[in-house]
Ligand binder design. Sequence first.
Ligand code: KG4
Ligand code: ZN
Length: 493
Amino acid sequence: MEIKKLTIELLHEVMQLENQVFESEAWSERNMTAELSTQHSHYFGLFDQELIGYAGLRLSPQDYAADIQTIAIGKEHRGKGLGRTLMNRLIEVARANGSEKIFLEVKQSNSAAIELYKSLGFEQIDIRKNYYRPSGENALVMLKEITQPLILGIESSCDETGVGIVRGNRLLANALHSSMDEHAKYGGVVPEVAARAHLEAIEPTLNQALAQAGVELDEIDAIAVANGPGLAGALMVGIGAAKGLAVGSDKPIYAVNHLVAHVGADVLERGAVELPTIALLVSGGHTSLLLVRDLLDDVELLGETIDDAAGEAFDKVARVLGLPYPGGPEIDKAAESGDPAAIRFPRGLMLPKDMERNKYNFSFSGLKTAVARWVEKCEEANESYSTADVAASFREAVIDVLLTKALWACEEFGVPRLLLGGGVVANARLRQEAVRRCSEAGIELRIPRFSLCTDNGAMIAALGAQLVMSGRAPSSLGFGAESTLPVTVVQTP
Ligand code: KG4
Ligand code: ZN
């Protein structure tokens, strides 16, 4: 006997069983088609050579709830505990997706089913008179509540010390301390300065998160920590703190991938990451294009920068233009009154010859050099130039490459969704162009709120919670900082 996800290809078999089981009250083929293909619905079939039972539920991620839509067992297969098997699978799916409540309706006369549901933790909360057609029978409404795990997440991969607390997919706290100001005089993040700043910030940030969430450390079910990719010395501070907490309070620990956590942050916004999705992560530390088929099991790196990260390019060009660090917001401001078409700066790795090996990779160092040359030339010739035009033209070149490649990926892999993350998402022009180009291409664009786009502890906690809710085993304490952790390793065992 085998349980498999049901797809529309099996409609014929499903309808046969539906008619056999529900007779005059069976769903129409049209309703069943809609059910099987609707967003957030999960249907499973039980096979013994042929289909002998099925059940489905629909998630309402925004309400942290799930509704069991139907369950059917072929007449000659009843009384063998198959209903329980299917129900358990649905409960598992609801739990893994962050549901806090599961609702179902059942015929008042179906005492066998009611007993089964009670034994699985459902309780009657309501009665709907005359609910079923054409029989006119009453329906009992039953509810099972799930207590989702309380997870504390620690982030220290670059210059933000973040501690977040979530319960399941619900955001409870997102405390942050940034050492950005301390790096300003160097024009970029200095690893030693960042590590020292984490050390000073970690305890107050932790206390702040606990206070924000209104919970005690004792109540936390598990600790999650980013162990890469990032600056080794910086990561080590967060890891040390997380291990200390885990050992000191005897809690399980989950070592998670910082990049995957950026994608997972969306669950705190929308309740469940709609998959598959293309994700474009752009910050001072990374420029990565991902194809996410399954957040915990199937994340593919399509490409990344081969030199500077996009945010880094903003920071370096700002320096060329005499603007302070961090350069992103400064260039954004300067570009406001500039003409993006004033200077045609080069677009890295966009030529036909790049398509074979670098279609989804990025390169911004040539662009940075081109801007520096252009400014130099003007200065040598004693010509004045418009900082606004340079800033706007540079910004346009970066955004053009980022979005063109992201949309290529959506098209090539047939994925109608794009998620943006990372500090560069603060860029007004990037957001505006992303909205325009995605709507033109019929692609659903998702940008989590800004505090969840930049590095933060909540996204680490959220990914940890996903692992716990899916029943994954914790990491063993032997893990270390992995500055080049590949995105395929969602959790270090
Ligand atoms: O994700 P993030 O806060 O931190 C890490 O890099 O880890 O990203 C910071 C980067 C910086 O390079 C900064 O210049 C860039 O994001 N950034 C921007 C803007 N605001 C911040 N880049 C372009 N436009 C912006 N408005
Ligand atoms: Zn990041």
